[in-house]
Design a protein around this ligand. Structure first.
Ligand code: ATP
Ligand code: MG
Length: 591
């Protein structure tokens, strides 16, 4: 990899917009009163020290996934790069399904990814539900200005009167009721005098608009539901499409970045903010919405609903199962924040939907771990190798110390040490009784090097009654120890990894595979559960170098020839780590 820490981030349409706004001073005159609020509030503040304000606004109804990470890196990254602030905002205006557990995990994940919300001497952590009072007040203003009305049509009538893509909608019979009547009914709604669903507050825009979202969208509904932040204070809740622009405006957001499916909502976003600015509740310049393509990753589902289903139906062990595309899952799998940031940088942002190949994510992890991860030897599918001439070479000595660099390109990181002994664990597939052409590892009569050790010559094997190989036999070739003067006097074509039986550490290792067998698990409405990979995890007992007994949770290693592994942060105990394979060394995901 080139030195990415100094490389300028690639430009994209959002950077172009921001640079133009900064050059033109679009937001230069904004004031910020050190907390969210309406026009009067911000008018009391100083000029905003933040050159731009972005926000990351998850709904706290699940754990963050790799798709969210794209949005986190984008919003926090733009704020960082342009002298701005990114607000961490919980979009918790929907009382159902939201919980404090999710709030905490989302905060943890954003911080783990390397971002924070402290800037200009203040914390920018906000909850949209704190704005319910303003949203209510704004709705009353819209009613008074003739821009909203209470509709008593049934949901079915409303749906029928909405029209279609080719036909205009039909005005509600309640559309032209006096503002005073709507205002009284809206207050009654708030005071709990009407049943859930009996009526809604709608914006009065245009039932013939070619954009269906502009055909008098609902902005408030009655819903008797307990809210995790406001409790039972409210029995009416704002609709998301109304709440979101208001949240942005109260927080002085300049660039409100969302995914493409909200493109058709942009006219309403602008409409509602303009109307409230006319009422004097908000001040220009107003926030602007920009849309980018969401992340679609092959072999992965990123809908929170589907991830929730995997968890609640116990197809995985939890939100942090290392096979999950959640950030807590990727973290347990061995992903680093830097790898995910690198991934986000590489995929960039565009305005066209596409699928990103899973290998792009794995490639970013390999590129990050290559320099970072210490090396170690591990034998995942062990068979015993016996060095039958041990006593002739070493006499009464039971062990022969060997050493290897912690990292081949970083000698300053020192050496690791381990012992060769008469019995050694090697990979079962490093021996063949009858070898095909091109096989350079162990077979009778062939010489191979035990990496960081000696050249050995295979002499045969032992088997049990079922014909299964129980031991491979070899003789050690004296004076061939790696790193000693005579080491190269005997030339071999193969090198194998090994762990001395005398000091091998037995550990549990989990090998993960993709969770789905299809690249697009939920394509065309398919039930994604029907294409789950039945063999997505395999647990085995492996032998690893003794030095790994001290592996701290989340320490990452390259097991030579096998891939990158992480000491599981939950299941490891002191002296006995459990390793998860984060990624193989080479791309094994068929294209
Ligand atoms: P879901 O539909 O699965 O519930 P969501 O998009 O509704 O996901 P939110 O909590 O509303 O989830 O998302 C928070 C932010 O993350 C939004 O601004 C959204 O645009 C962004 N986001 C969510 N999924 C993706 C994705 N796959 N790619 C890029 N950004 C995403
Ligand atoms: Mg959502």
């Amino acid at each position: 990899m080139s030195d990415r820490s100094t490389a300028a981030p690639a430009s994209n349409f959002l950077r172009a917009v921001i640079e133009k706004d900064l050059a033109g001073g679009t937001y230069a005159a904004r004031r910020w009163a050190r907390s969210p609020g309406d026009a009067a509030h911000h008018a009391t503040g100083d000029p905003d020290p933040a050159r731009i304000r972005t926000r990351f606004p998850p709904e706290p109804n699940g754990y963050l996934h790799i798709g969210h990470a794209k949005s986190v890196c984008l919003n926090f990254g733009l704020a960082r790069d342009y002298g701005g602030v990114c607000h961490m905002r919980f979009d918790d205006t929907n009382p159902e399904k939201e919980s404090v557990e999710y709030v905490e995990s989302i905060k943890d994940s954003v911080q783990w990814l390397g971002f924070g919300w402290d800037a200009f001497g203040a914390s920018h952590l906000y909850f949209a539900s704190d704005y319910f009072d303003f949203m209510y007040r704004a709705a009353e203003s819209l009613i008074c200005a003739g821009h909203a009305y209470i509709d008593e049509q049934t949901p079915d009538q409303m749906r029928a009167n909405r029209g279609t893509l080719t036909e205009a909608g039909t005005d509600s019979p309640w559309r032209n009721r006096p503002a005073g009547e709507s205002l009284a009914l809206f207050r009654d709604m708030r005071d709990g005098k009407h049943a859930d669903g009996a009526m809604v507050l709608r914006a009065k825009i245009d039932m013939a608009s070619p954009n269906i979202n502009m055909r008098d969208p609902a902005i408030y509904r009655i819903k008797r539901a307990h809210h995790h932040n406001t409790g039972d204070t409210w029995c009416i809740y704002p609709m998301y499409t109304y709440a979101h622009p208001l949240e942005d405006a109260l927080e002085g957001i300049t660039h409100s970045i969302c995914t493409l499916e909200f493109e058709d909502q942009r006219p309403f976003y602008d409409w509602v903010l303009e109307r409230l600015a006319e009422c004097g509740l908000l001040a220009h310049p107003l926030p602007k919405q920009y849309e980018f393509a969401r992340l679609n990753l092959t072999y992965v589902v990123t809908s929170k609903r589907k991830l929730m289903q995997l968890v609640t139906e116990k197809h995985v062990s939890g939100w942090d199962d290392p096979r999950m595309p959640t950030l807590v899952g990727l973290r347990r799998r061995g992903y680093t924040p830097e790898a995910i940031q690198l991934f986000a940088e590489r995929i960039g942002v565009s305005k066209a939907d596409s699928w990103i190949d899973y290998s792009t994510l794995e490639g970013a992890l390999r590129d990050d771990l290559d320099a970072r991860a210490d090396r170690a030897m591990a034998v995942l599918d062990p068979v015993k190798l016996t060095l039958t001439n041990w006593d002739e070479v070493f006499g009464a000595r039971a062990t022969e110390p060997c050493a290897a660099p912690v990292h081949p390109h970083h000698p300053e990181r020192g050496q690791r040490s381990f012992n060769l002994s008469r019995d050694v664990w090697i990979e079962r597939d490093d021996f063949m009784e009858v070898a095909p052409k091109g096989y350079h590892r162990l077979f009778p009569g062939n010489r191979t090097r035990l990496k960081y050790g000696y050249v050995i010559e295979c002499t045969g094997c032992e088997k049990d009654a079922d014909g299964r190989i129980t031991a491979v036999l070899a003789t050690l070739v004296p004076d061939t120890k790696s790193g000693t003067p005579g080491a190269d006097s005997v030339k071999v074509k193969g090198v194998i990894t090994w762990v001395g039986a005398v000091d091998a550490l037995a550990v549990d290792v989990r090998l993960y595979d993709r969770l789905f067998t299809e690249a697009h698990p939920d394509a065309g409405g398919r039930d994604f559960l029907s294409v789950m990979n039945a063999d997505s995890v395999r647990t085995l007992t492996a032998f690893v170098e003794p030095g790994l007994a001290g592996a701290a949770p989340e320490a990452r290693f390259q097991f030579e020839r096998h891939g990158y592994f992480v000491a599981d942060r939950k299941d490891s105990v002191p002296g006995r780590p459990v390793f998860n394979r984060a990624v193989t060394l080479k791309d094994s995901w068929g294209k």
